[in-house]
Design a binder for this molecule. Structure first.
Ligand SMILES: Cc1cc2nc3c(=O)[nH]c(=O)nc-3n(C[C@H](O)[C@H](O)[C@H](O)COP(=O)(O)OP(=O)(O)OC[C@H]3O[C@@H](n4cnc5c(N)ncnc54)[C@H](O)[C@@H]3O)c2cc1C
Length: 508
């Protein structure tokens, strides 16, 4: 380890206490694990602050010794990097100890949290205090964080699924240790920090998402008042070629707000992957292996067990029971022109762990433990996430590119299409591979790079990527990349914050 990093770690011990600075081999290995196509990415150390003041002091030390700091809120960024930095040798700033729920306002339906607060923690807090507000969570780990997910511009499954859209007011520690509050936060004694997003003057919040310009130490989030009624809907489609029609039917339902949450349409391979992550790994993994490959017989058996079709759609209705019934009829009528599909009723939902999980997550209940035995460290799993217009021709093109590129490198297509606003569709392609097989890992690496290239060539930018491919995407963005680097020089002249995050790196 370089002398400067050792000196920085010793200085940080004085700030946070020596038991909160870790650099033993076991810890470094734990924080280096990922599920990507690259080697594990080892940090130089891990530091766990307990306060904003400690974060300020840590950044001053990092500037003094010119060492890289990579913040994680809970480090559950599965499929995009987990707790890893983009490059080895950084100090991971782990917010596990800064996990305070600072405020929940039941009347105005918002929360203010520190970065280490997890989805399950806020969920349990609301339950325990009988506060009739729902959170919106991603479908990975319940132990993931509201701040980490929101700064990554992650999404969930209730009508408040676009997490950054429903965030309001940040506290950010800049690289030089200064504290910036966004929105109306700069006004001393502000009464509207978590109420009014735009504040006065330029809106800066977006600059602190998917970037490395500052560390978010507090975040306001709007919550959803528990609706008087909730009705999850599931549809199983048996014809693999029906995806075009499904998308065309969903678009007007979404864009006119008949369906209020993100409507997911999930390929059967990804449905099975999710069923495995959500508690079925012991039944599913021995039958499909780390590549999620199956024979027609196994597919039939698993489809029957989990009540699945080739495409599986889930969305939900919220509000007054009378209105829900009207919307339900509109939806059923809209699909009636199709054949070879069926709605999954509520009793069928409770019989299938897959549909149970869907039912829970669409009302903001974090799912059970991230359950993928034999997964972390050996099995490869990553997301490729291009965005498409919600129109069948774009979706068809995107699926063709994914299938073709996967087949070329020896993989099978697996994905979920999430019709977010009714205009944009997140095509979340899930590449599953055996990370312990070097040849396969290399093919997976080529597959991801090539798929990103092909999408970008025809105008589909991924909304997010894993730490090994950020640079790959950013290099396609011309002036935008240059401006990001100008901003980086302004905010963080020594380039100490998350070097390489989103392809922004002063040391390249
Ligand atoms: C089966 C499965 C399903 C998933 N489903 C979803 C889903 O539905 N939606 C979704 O969005 N994701 C999903 N994911 C991806 C991922 O698990 C989540 O996005 C998760 O919330 C990210 O982990 P985290 O909250 O612990 O963030 P972290 O790992 O803590 O942070 C992620 C990154 O954000 C940055 N960051 C973190 N904290 C800060 C901070 N305080 N200041 C500045 N930057 C910071 C860092 O670069 C960090 O590396 C899924 C993954 C799996 C395996």
């Amino acid at each position: 380890m370089a002398k400067s990093i050792q000196q920085a770690l010793r200085a940080m011990e004085v700030v946070v206490g020596d038991n909160h600075v870790l650099s033993d081999p076991g810890t470094l290995e734990k924080y280096s694990l990922n599920m990507l196509t690259v080697e594990n990415i080892a940090p130089a150390g891990v530091v766990k602050p307990d306060s904003v003041e400690e974060v300020q002091d840590i950044l001053k030390i990092a500037n003094q010794y010119k060492v890289g700091i990579w913040p994680i809120s809970t480090g559950q960024n599965h499929g995009y990097g987990m707790a890893c930095a983009a490059k080895p040798g950084n100090i991971i700033l782990d917010f596990a100890r800064m996990n305070r729920i600072l405020e929940v306002n039941p009347d105005l339906a918002y929360a203010l949290v520190e970065p280490g607060v997890t989805y399950i923690q806020l969920y349990k807090y609301l339950q325990k205090n009988k506060i009739p507000l729902w959170i919106d969570c991603p479908s990975g780990s319940p132990e993931s964080s509201l701040v980490g997910n929101t700064t990554e511009r992650g999404v969930g499954y209730t009508p408040m699924a676009e997490h950054f859209l429903f965030s309001c007011g940040m506290e950010v520690v800049l690289a030089d240790g200064k504290i910036l509050r966004t929105g109306t936060g700069p006004l001393p004694g502000t009464k509207t920090w978590q109420i009014f997003k735009w504040g006065f003057g330029p809106y800066l919040d977006g600059m602190f998402t998917a970037s490395n310009f500052g560390i978010v130490t507090k975040l306001g989030l709007w919550l959803m008042p528990e609706p008087p009624a909730y009705e999850p809907m599931g549809i199983v489609f048996n014809n693999p070629d029906d995806i075009d029609r499904i998308i065309e039917i969903l678009r007007p339902l979404k864009i006119n707000n008949v369906i209020q949450n993100g409507a997911a349409v999930t390929h059967v391979r990804k449905s099975l992957g999710h069923a495995a992550v959500w508690g079925g790994s012991k039944e599913i993994l021995p039958k499909v292996g780390r590549r999620f490959d199956y024979t027609p017989e196994v597919l039939k058996e698993l489809k029957d067990t989990y009540n699945l079709g080739n495409w599986n759609s889930s969305f939900a209705l919220y509000g007054l029971p009378e209105i829900i019934q009207i919307h339900k009829k509109i939806i059923k009528d809209a699909f009636s022109s199709m054949s070879n599909y069926r709605f999954v009723d509520s009793s069928e939902m409770s019989d299938s762990p897959y549909w149970q999980a869907r039912e829970k997550i669409m009302r903001g209940e974090p799912l059970s433990e991230f359950d993928m035995s034999d997964w972390v460290g050996q099995a490869g799993s990553l997301w490729i996430s291009p965005v498409a217009p919600v129109q069948h021709e774009h979706v068809t093109t995107q699926i063709e590119i994914a299938k073709d590129t996967c087949a070329k490198h020896g993989f099978k297509y697996s994905a979920e299409l999430i019709v977010g606003s009714g205009r944009d569709l997140h095509h979340i392609i899930w590449l599953m591979f055996d990370r312990s097989d070097m040849d396969e890992r290399q093919r997976a690496h080529q597959c991801v790079g090539e798929m990103i290239d092909r999408y970008c060539e025809v105008g589909y930018l991924p909304y997010r990527t894993n730490v090994a491919f950020s640079d790959h995407i950013m290099k396609k963005l011309g002036l935008f990349r240059e401006i990001c680097h100008d901003l980086k020089r302004l905010f963080d002249p020594n380039g100490i914050l998350s070097p390489g995050k989103s392809g922004i790196d002063l040391h390249d």
